[in-house]
Design a protein around this ligand. Structure first.
Ligand code: AMP
Length: 248
């Protein structure tokens, strides 16, 4: 078993190399993951990544990693992006696409990829289609995770993340053994700024207006695979694999 890939080239940009390259796959898989905030898309991306070997390429993770750069060293575009993120708004297509273009090498990675949180608008999806055509990489499928709105709001408001190792908990469905303390590393469990109720409302509105039309975009291209996000992460993973097998 290879050591875990640290996604350094994705999180920190093209000047950085991954300390451990993802294991080359005989059939690298290329998926886009769609779903409203709180459907458990990130958890599925982690499961798919550990089992299929493909890297989880999350645009939200790039912005969260950028928070640790001193404000004076961040570009004005990055500062505006972090501002938008704090409020739960979408970062501009221009900024996101600049980041993706800088990281094109990750799209060619021999381990494959799972795009998580990108594309988020039809303009981003069109840019991705062009970029992948240029790189001669084909998407296997676009996995769209679906869940009723009330369930989503309950999931988001109870979510807690470890400040140190980023492990994810839920106050009701997956509590830490000691309240507020990470089981894995002892770090503090905090609520993500954008999981606060006022930000959640903005994020859901952004999802409805900008991201939901993406399902139509990919359905038209015969790439959309809808998966119910009810149940445990393992049940959702099994459902994902069965749905993909049925499509092949
Ligand atoms: P996520 O972790 O995917 O929920 O992303 C967290 C936040 O980062 C979002 O609420 C947006 O502010 C920003 N963000 C991440 N990816 C994108 C994207 N593709 N387009 C616009 N904004 C994004």
């Amino acid at each position: 078993m290879n050591a875990k890939n640290d996604r350094a080239a994705w999180l920190k940009g093209p000047a950085t190399c991954c300390s451990v390259l993802p294991q080359a796959q005989s059939r690298p898989r290329h998926f886009v993951l769609l779903g409203a905030p709180g459907v458990g898309k990130g958890t599925q991306a982690e499961l798919l990544s550990s089992r299929l070997g493909a890297c989880q390429l999350s645009t939200g993770d790039i912005f969260r990693a950028a928070k640790s750069i001193a404000a004076t060293e961040r570009s004005p575009a990055l500062n505006l992006a972090l501002d938008a993120m704090r409020k739960g708004e979408l970062v501009t297509d221009e900024t996101v696409l600049d980041m993706i273009r800088e990281r094109t090498a990750c799209l060619r990675c021999a381990g494959g990829f799972l795009l998580d949180g990108f594309p988020r608008t039809v303009a981003q999806a069109e840019a991705l289609t062009q970029l992948l055509a240029r790189e001669q990489v084909q998407l296997d499928a676009v996995l769209s995770y679906e869940l009723p709105l009330e369930t989503i709001v309950a999931r988001l408001s109870g979510r807690r993340t470890c400040e140190k190792c980023k492990a994810v908990y839920h106050v009701l469905s997956h509590p830490a053994k000691v309240e507020g303390v990470c089981d894995h590393c002892g770090g503090n469990l905090v609520q993500r700024e954008d999981d606060r109720p006022e930000s959640v409302k903005v994020r859901m509105a952004a999802y409805e207006s900008s991201t939901a039309p993406l399902t139509a975009y990919y359905r038209k291209r015969n790439l959309l695979v809808s998966v119910s996000a009810e149940g445990s992460p393992e049940a959702i993973y099994q459902r994902t694999m069965q749905t993909l097998d049925a499509k092949d």
